[in-house]
Design a binder for this molecule. Structure first.
Ligand code: CMX
Length: 135
């Protein structure tokens, strides 16, 4: 299985951004959570068979806070869901691609295992690869 899992949007404030995505556009919020491993607060909104992920940095050294400080709000990454993220990452490494984390890491209390392909290895796009252990 290989599907577009979500599009990640870096925002200054998830609560502010929800006024557009939830209240005006009417997208359903499936989860709002803090992901301490990534220093982000996240809101997941269902958009058909995929999700929009609103991301707010929870500390100054968060990748999201740095991104917003440098470039402002905007599309931050695209995430592809796979069956076996360890295997996929091994293949990517073998192909010489630059991954952000040496090994995929479990986040969100073990609900997901994630890694990122650096934009320099992915045609200018930060690509997340992830495996989900529950929907
Ligand atoms: N999309 C596209 N290009 C990006 C980018 C992004 N999101 N972030 C950085 N870049 C590019 C920059 O434009 C820059 O290119 P140039 O050298 O040509 O100017 C280059 O990458 C380096 O940029 P930088 O500002 O110095 O950024 P860093 O190297 O410090 O960090 C990255 C970039 C990808 C390593 C970092 O953002 C990271 O570790 N990301 C993975 C973790 C993450 O994003 N966590 C938050 C989401 C968590 C979640 O989804 O749960």
């Amino acid at each position: 299985m290989r599907v577009l899992d979500h599009i990640g949007i870096a925002v200054k404030s998830v609560d502010e951004a929800l006024k557009l995505y939830r209240d005006l556009l009417g997208l359903e919020v499936v989860e709002v959570e803090e992901v301490p491993e990534e220093k982000v607060k996240v809101a997941m909104l269902k958009a058909g068979s995929t999700y929009i992920e609103l991301l707010e940095g929870t500390s100054e050294d968060s990748a999201i806070s740095k991104y917003v400080a440098k470039r402002g709000e905007g599309i931050h990454h695209i995430a592809i869901r796979v069956d076996n993220v360890d295997e996929v990452c091994r293949k990517l490494k073998e192909a010489g691609l630059r991954l952000v984390y040496e090994e995929p890491k479990l986040v969100s209390g073990g609900k997901r295992k994630i890694n990122f392909i650096h934009p320099k290895s992915a045609h200018g796009v930060l690509l997340e690869v992830l495996e989900r252990y529950e929907q």
